[in-house]
Design a protein. Structure first.
Length: 213
């Protein structure tokens, strides 16, 4: 459908005002909200995610595309709620205790939302217990931990231990990432998934949630 293609195209260019207008037009044309979300907004965000992964676009382009997506999604939210549309999964994300870096975390959050996942952002300097409490309270399938400092990386291991202690380790997957983090470190602390960039993290999270359904 032409209008859904236009939504995707304008989103990729970060034209938030156009995206908002087109989404409204699609709603007025009685196109189902889920279809507008899937074939318009999420389609555009997925293309941006792939381009970002391949270094064809950079952080500023991703940020403006995400802003455009959020403006379009805001119009769809009440309609999706009305038809009982459930998110494709639930994730809680944060930068670990002692670390105040959040650009990477914010990018991962946007990419995950672009995959249709519901993301609870715990911010920065997050204690292991806070991740676990949130995952239990909100029924999250995934805990995502970010770290940009080698000194804060060990906190990720504490998150894994806190999840074990709370008895949710078999129910919740733990993803880790950030500049100093490696696949080897992920394995060493007993986490489930390491990805090297935001787009891969979003794809991995979507797959994990799909498998958990």
């Amino acid at each position: 459908m032409e209008i859904l293609f236009e939504i995707s195209e304008n989103l990729q260019k970060g034209k938030a005002k156009n995206v908002k207008e087109l989404v409204q037009q699609a709603i007025d044309a009685q196109i189902p909200a889920e279809e507008i979300l899937e074939k318009g907004l999420l389609d555009g965000m997925n293309i941006v995610g792939e381009k970002f992964k391949n270094n064809q676009v950079f952080v500023p382009e991703v940020l403006v595309a995400a802003r455009a997506m959020n403006m379009g999604a805001a119009l769809l939210k009440p309609l999706l709620a009305r038809v009982g549309n459930v998110s494709k999964g639930k994730v809680c994300i944060g930068t670990v205790k002692g670390d105040l870096h959040d650009i990477g975390k914010n990018l991962v959050k946007m990419m995950m939302e672009g995959k249709g996942l519901e993301v609870i952002d715990l911010g920065t300097d997050v204690a292991p217990e806070k991740y676990v409490e949130t995952a239990m309270k909100e029924n999250c399938q995934i805990i995502c931990c970010s770290a940009l400092l080698t000194t804060t990386m060990p906190v990720m291991g504490e998150v894994v231990k806190a999840a074990q202690k709370a008895g949710i380790r078999d129910k919740v997957k733990i993803m880790v990432g950030g500049a100093p983090v490696t696949a080897g470190f992920c394995e060493q602390i007993g986490a489930d998934v390491y990805t090297s960039d935001a787009a891969s993290a979003a794809s991995a999270a979507a797959e994990l949630c799909k498998a958990a359904c």
